[in-house]
Design a binder for this molecule. Structure first.
Ligand code: AMP
Ligand code: MG
Length: 435
């Protein structure tokens, strides 16, 4: 199929193009649209058949639900069963913006969107082109990131075309994504059972900002660590390999000097440093930079483009300098550790390291943890500790399955909890690639 390029920079000046994109969507087509987080691959959220095409075009596992995008608050009541006070406050403070809220879904949401879950994820994007297109359609748009499943999310129209040219009906050509990482995902689905809001994916709306709106929140352990064996993913996307370039990425935690000393010892053909602009000096191997140290917004904006550039340059291995895990840095770390398939070399705080993943130490830490304060022990993954050899690899790089029986609190919104479906309904041992 021919993928139509549709330039839209202003919904006023380019209103005919907005109409063109809306017409493709009304006809049940797929159109990639800009949002402030990443480019999304949109279809009519009320049209299950159109939504199915998203999974096909991306190669996305069918059990990974989609976020529904709205252009105004009035679209929300049709999508959900009930709007709790907390959702109103979050919407008041952070919509439009990079925050997705999970609530119990209404009957209007097709199963393809929610992947059979009793809940639905909803967001009102800040990008005016995105909202203009949704408004012109008159229906909400289901839209995951517009990349082939598993590869880095697209932050430019050119990235979308790299992955999707010929596979979808149209691409809205607009500016670069201003945030650069996907939205924060917060589940409110457990509130009615007395559970706290649960952070499933960190983003530009930080844990601090969420607490300012709804009080204490829980942070799912999978935000920073590999899902432990046997634990069911509260957010299906968590169990998949994510954001991965073809190059093998190894995440290196340490200060600038520790990082430089370490990566300089790894210099070899095909090996590069994926680092902050400040790190570039004093490296004896080629560098691909992703923003500035201590400026997590710049890191978020640059990360996915940098991951794509690794492959364009043909690198085989990239040693990535890990960002600080607070504020937006938590979101950057979350994406990078997945791009690295959880291979982490920890040069700082070696003494506190735990053993490899999948052991009791990395499990059941309680969902209420503050990730920033656990830097030394949340992801002990057989770090190399600065010796001259390569980093040790996790013994199990991919999560494996079985029903949910992990220690600690159970996930809030797994299907078995509120839909009456057994947890065995969902294939847990499958390891696929996320969208
Ligand atoms: P993407 O659309 O590619 O940004 O991914 C959306 C993320 O939100 C994935 O990790 C999904 O698994 C997650 N998600 C979407 N809907 C739900 C839901 N109802 N419950 C839990 N997680 C969800
Ligand atoms: Mg995605």
């Amino acid at each position: 199929m021919e993928t139509k390029r549709i330039p839209i920079y202003s919904i006023l000046d380019d209103h005919e193009a907005v109409e063109e994109a809306a017409a493709l969507l009304r006809a049940g087509g797929l159109v990639a649209i800009p949002t402030e987080t990443v480019y999304g691959l949109a279809a009519n959220a009320y049209d299950g058949q159109a939504v199915s095409k998203i999974f096909e075009a991306k190669g996305r596992p069918m059990d990974n639900p989609l976020i529904v995008h709205i252009s105004e608050f009035d679209m929300l009541p049709d999508l959900v069963e009930d709007i709790p006070e907390e959702a109103l406050e979050l919407a008041r403070l952070y919509w439009p913006g990079p925050l997705t809220i999970i609530l119990q879904k209404s009957d209007k949401i097709p199963d393809q969107v929610s992947a059979g879950l009793p809940t639905v994820a909803v967001r009102m994007p800040a990008n005016t082109v995105a909202r203009g297109i949704i408004g012109a359609c008159g229906f909400p748009l289901a839209a995951p990131s517009a990349n082939r499943s598993g590869s880095p999310s697209p932050t430019t129209a050119a990235h979308v075309l790299q992955d999707m040219d010929g596979r979808i009906d149209g691409v809205v050509v607009s500016g670069n994504a201003q945030v650069g990482v996907e939205s924060t995902v917060l589940s409110l689905a457990g509130l009615s059972e007395g559970k706290r809001p649960l952070l499933l994916r960190p983003g530009a709306v930080t844990p601090q900002m969420l607490r300012a709106a709804v009080g204490e929140i829980d942070i799912d352990p999978a935000v920073l660590r590999q899902l432990e064996d046997g634990r069911q993913a509260p957010s299906p996307g968590m169990k998949y390999k994510h954001y991965a370039p073809k190059a093998q990425v190894v995440l290196v935690e340490g200060d600038g000097e520790q990082y430089r000393n370490y990566v300089n010892r790894q210099a070899a053909p095909g090996v590069c440093a994926l680092c902050f602009e400040e790190d570039g000096q004093g490296l004896s191997l080629p560098a691909v930079t992703y923003g500035r140290a201590a400026d997590p917004d710049s890191e978020a904006r640059a990360l996915f483009d940098a991951l794509r550039r690794l492959d364009e340059a043909g690198y085989v291995t990239a040693y990535a300098h890990a960002p600080a895990k607070d504020g937006v840095g938590l979101a950057v770390y979350n994406r990078l550790v997945r791009a690295a398939a959880f291979q982490v070399v920890r040069l700082a705080e070696e003494q506190e390291q735990g053993p490899a993943y999948g052991t009791q130490n990395s499990a059941g830490n309680g969902a209420g943890g503050e990730p920033g304060s656990k830097a030394g022990n949340v992801s002990g993954n057989g770090a190399d500790g600065g010796s001259s050899g390569g980093p040790s690899k996790s013994s199990s790089r991919e999560p494996s399955g079985g029903p949910s029986n992990g220690p600690g609190r159970g996930p809030e919104n797994e299907p078995g909890n509120s839909s009456g479906k057994g947890s065995g309904d969902r294939p847990e041992s499958k390891t696929g690639e996320e969208g």
